[in-house]
Design a protein around this ligand. Structure first.
Ligand SMILES: Cc1cc2nc3c(=O)[nH]c(=O)nc-3n(C[C@H](O)[C@H](O)[C@H](O)COP(=O)(O)OP(=O)(O)OC[C@H]3O[C@@H](n4cnc5c(N)ncnc54)[C@H](O)[C@@H]3O)c2cc1C
Length: 435
């Protein structure tokens, strides 16, 4: 019988009724959830999912959220590493890594960007040289989100400099906890240090940890970037409202019971707040509440901007539904994903501007005394991020222009020259002129 919205909801509800037990340890609950396939129901059934189409899978989270059941650890492991491994890696690597993400054994980071390679990612200079059964890695990465707590990195490194830049890159499941890896946190204007510089000096990675083919890493990287665009631009990427801590550094926290974990999360308003909701239609709710509290809800400009936010977020939600329907019909998430990502950064800016309009000078107050418990200020300061990470707004527009509208590709003579002959990073002409 084909799954329907009603049958899937009912199945999730029945499973929760029989299996959800707040007295279980967090670890035991995560294992139960992973092995049931409900942790990521859109993943294939043989790799800890249930093979559900994305639109049906998205419906199941509400059932878990209704009882505050925690989901698997959020972060780049579940968002990017595991889907990339499922789509591209050997069964051995899938066995080693997929379940470990869901039960919280491994946290992941993304070792893509370098000081001279962001939008021009294929110009990356970190190199990996073969030494017996291993590769020796040297280079520098930057903007590495979650670097200090990651157990593994999705590492792009150059394994053949004698061929054009896109053809000599390999993609490794790279162990972070080793002597050749130095992670230096970078402080952002929010005061947090969400990302880091990572220095790789004679670090080692087994040859068996290549995801995809040797020198075939660019195609694998594109699949990661596609997962990134899809999840950054969609509402359903949020899934479980409450997620468990993940990674070896948080192993102790997983000894707490599920009930204790929920109580603690509620007391600290963790994951129950606005967070990523700012970009969904639901993100309007705390702002309406704030406008009422501050007596700003009858101001016509405030009302207009609130409705603009709601309209943009709703339209983006429908665009996401369109992408999921295309996937379900056997197509690929293509233009909708780039549009969704572009809209997410537009909606983020609308949220920030509307929130600041409502709060006035108070909006600058950080800390618990500030509007929305200080989250207005922190969210406002974090707003530029989405227009840069996962491919900047300009790059998303290039993608839409070239792949959707069929405009000519940007001229790029470096695509055909051997990497060794290119001037990249600090040697690139623009950088050389500035210095
Ligand atoms: C919050 C945050 C988290 C991040 N996390 C990670 C992470 O975990 N791992 C990781 O590897 N990276 C991460 N990044 C890095 C991110 O992917 C890069 O910042 C991004 O790809 C842009 O690269 P860049 O910073 O080198 O800017 P550049 O590529 O130097 O771009 C500078 C400007 O030029 C524009 N530009 C560049 N090329 C073109 C072009 N061809 N056409 C039109 N305009 C162009 C860009 O849009 C931008 O405005 C993160 C970034 C942020 C802000």
């Amino acid at each position: 019988m084909e799954a329907t919205a009603d049958s899937v909801r009912q199945e999730a509800r029945d499973w929760i009724e029989q299996n959800f037990d707040p007295q279980l340890s967090l670890r035991a609950w995560l294992e139960r959830l992973a092995d049931s396939g409900w942790a990521q129901p859109r993943w294939p059934a043989e790799w800890y999912g249930r093979g559900l189409p994305p639109d049906l899978a998205a419906l199941t989270y509400a059932e878990f959220n209704r009882v505050d059941a925690p989901g698997p650890p959020a972060g780049l492991g579940i968002m990017l590493a595991a889907p990339t491994i499922i789509a591209n890696a050997s069964d051995d690597l899938k066995r080693q890594f997929v379940r470990a993400v869901l039960v919280g054994d491994h946290a992941w980071c993304q070792l893509f960007s370098e000081p001279g390679a962001g939008s021009d990612l294929a110009g990356l200079q970190t190199r990996a040289e073969r030494d017996g059964d291993e590769f020796v890695v040297n280079g520098q990465k930057v903007w590495t989100s979650g670097g200090p707590v990651a157990d593994y990195g999705m590492l792009l490194a150059r394994t053949d400099p004698d061929v054009p830049k896109h053809r000599g890159i390999s993609y490794f499941a790279f162990p972070m906890n080793q002597p050749g890896v130095e992670v230096r946190p970078l402080i952002q204007m929010t005061g947090d240090s969400g990302f880091s510089e990572v220095f790789l000096s004679d670090a080692r990675v087994p040859a068996s940890a290549i995801i995809g083919q040797l020198n075939g890493g660019w195609a694998v990287a594109l699949s990661t970037l596609s997962f990134e665009r899809t999840s950054l631009g969609s509402e359903t990427g949020l899934g479980f409202r409450l997620t468990a801590p993940g990674g070896s550094r948080f192993a102790e926290q997983q000894e707490a019971s599920v009930g204790e974990f929920i109580a603690d999360a509620k007391a600290n308003a963790r994951s129950f707040g606005i967070g990523g909701m700012a970009m969904t239609a639901g993100g309007i709710t705390p702002l309406v509440r704030l406008a009422r509290e501050l007596g700003r809800d009858s101001d016509p400009v405030v009302r207009q901007e609130l409705v603009r936010l709601y309209t943009l977020a709703s339209a983006n939600g429908w665009n996401g539904q369109r992408a999921r329907a295309a996937l379900r019909a056997g197509g690929r998430a293509g233009p909708e994903a780039s549009l969704g990502k572009l809209m997410a950064s537009r909606i983020g800016r609308q949220w920030r501007d509307t929130a600041s309009l409502i709060a006035g000078p108070r909006g600058m107050l950080a800390g618990g005394d500030g509007p929305l418990g200080g989250r207005l200020a922190s969210q406002a300061l974090a707003t530029p991020g989405p227009s840069i990470y996962g491919g900047s707004d300009q790059i998303q527009r290039n993608i839409v222009g070239e792949r959707v509208l069929g405009l000519p590709r940007e001229p790029d003579p470096s695509r055909t020259l051997p990497f060794r002959e290119l001037k990249v990073g600090t040697q690139a002409p623009a950088a050389a002129e500035e210095s």
